[in-house]
Ligand binder design. Structure first.
Ligand code: IMP
Length: 435
């Protein structure tokens, strides 16, 4: 069994959590490799709803090894809450591991995120305000505080002092705020350290061992390709690499460990926060998709922007990730929309056309989609359990996407339930015998 990377192929919220959850059942290890509690997903298990921001949802399988890799930025307040909630619901946490090298989101990161956005005014990114950007900035500046630092009070205090000193000016409005008091913060984070200590581990060897033994390792990504800090619609991106290759440094394995790369895409497109969106639908149809797709954020509750499937962006995502398989989620949301449109190129000012995703920010901001029209379907597809059961027009829609990308469709989502994910033959050898 191989290493499989699960990544978002659009602007996040594609339904990665559900795919990871399905694969987790047979996995020997699930490990997250980037992002933080800007991500979030909901899992319904035996009628109970669980919301996750940091811990891989695989934890719901008793004893399953689930790791938060070194590439993740961890808010210990959120993590301890998540652990408490799972304990309260009697979930077995024996399999939880947290990388000792994962960086910590500190109170000043959250304040700087809010301040930074407020200062940008109209130019704001629309971040989740969870402190993600400032935390990764400190990591790169070598002023980060890591999980392992929680275990030594002296080191912790010195590092917090060193990290806060250069930020004094920007934090001036909060100078008297108790949460920024060095002593209080050190105490509070020490307390988190005591509570998390039993889970702190050296995570890369856990992944090596599982791979050496021929196990299935699922590398769980967050956000999506177009939010990647290098390849996304910068500066309207998150502060980490979201592409599949980031699983290497983010989990501590080499590229050879990443055998399969599955990109998750909705049958249409959504985006939260500001930034370009060439196939956006602003009108009743966009509202209809938002309503029927339940397009409101798990993390911030914000309404998502909606639009047609964008093949220019998806082709780009396939290349920058090296996709070996595509999961198309929420196909049922398109039922009854006839005809359907798919963006196949961009049209720019003065008649310019773009078959490939433009690298220049000013161009991406000014283009809009040029579409092919495909016939829709009206049958309720939520009960379909194989590709053959889907209406011909739904199959044709999927074939069009797969052929344009040169990537096979491995799974299709036709509703929110676990049983509503259809595995295709292209999903071998990961498809469980029963599916
Ligand atoms: P940040 O990651 O909080 O810094 O936010 C940067 C951008 O990424 C904003 O546009 C957010 O809306 C977006 N973003 C971050 N995490 C997610 C996610 O899990 N799903 C969708 N968008 C996200």
């Amino acid at each position: 069994m191989p290493g499989v990377v699960i990544v978002g192929a659009q602007w996040g919220d594609e339904g990665k959590g559900k795919v990871v959850d399905l694969l987790a059942e047979q996995a020997d290890l699930v490990i997250r490799f980037q992002g933080g509690n800007n991500a979030g997903h909901t899992i319904v298990r035996e009628g109970e709803t669980f919301k996750f921001h940091l811990i891989p949802s695989g934890i719901l399988y008793p004893g399953k090894l689930c790791a938060i890799g070194n590439g993740v930025v961890v808010d210990p307040v959120v993590l301890t809450q998540e652990i408490d909630e799972l304990r309260r619901r009697r979930v077995d946490l024996r399999g939880l591991r947290i990388s000792a090298n994962a960086h910590l989101i500190m109170p000043y990161h959250k304040l700087l995120d809010q301040e930074g956005e407020a200062k940008l005014g109209k130019l704001q990114i629309g971040t989740t305000r969870r402190g993600i950007g400032p935390c990764y900035a400190d990591k790169a500046a070598r002023l980060g505080i890591r999980m392992q630092d929680l275990l030594d009070e002296n080191i912790l205090r010195k590092k917090i002092y060193a990290a806060m000193e250069p930020k004094r000016l920007m934090l001036r409005p909060y100078a008297k705020s108790p949460e920024l008091d060095l002593h209080t913060m050190t105490e509070e984070y020490r307390t988190h350290g005591h509570r998390l200590e039993q889970f702190i581990a050296d995570t890369p060897p856990i992944a090596w061992r599982a791979l050496d033994e021929g196990g299935l390792v699922v590398f769980e990504g967050a956000q999506g390709a177009l939010l990647d800090i290098d390849h996304g619609t910068y500066p309207f991106v998150t502060s980490s690499n979201t592409v599949a290759a980031a699983a290497g440094p983010g989990a501590g394995v080499g590229p050879g460990a990443l055998d399969e790369v599955w990109g998750i895409a909705k049958a249409y497109t959504t985006r939260v926060g500001a930034g370009p969106f060439p196939t956006e639908l602003e009108g009743p149809l966009g509202d209809q998709i938002r309503e029927s797709g339940g397009e409101f954020g798990t993390t911030t509750g914000r309404a998502r922007r909606t639009g047609w499937l964008d093949l220019v962006a998806l082709k780009y995502a396939a290349r920058i990730n090296g996709l070996t398989g595509l999961v198309v989620t929420k196909l049922d949301v398109l039922t009854g929309i006839d005809p359907l449109h798919i963006g196949v190129r961009y049209l720019g000012p003065e008649g310019a056309t773009f078959d490939d995703f433009p690298y220049h920010q000013s161009i991406v901001h000014r283009v809009h989609g040029d579409y092919v029209e495909l016939p829709g379907w009206h049958e309720d597809i939520r009960g379909c359990r194989s590709v053959d059961e889907l209406p011909a027009n739904a199959q044709a829609y999927l074939d069009y996407i797969a052929e344009s990308l040169g990537v096979p469709v491995v799974m299709i989502g036709v509703g929110p339930g676990r049983e509503q994910m259809i595995w295709t033959e292209a999903a071998e050898p990961l498809r469980p015998a029963a599916a």
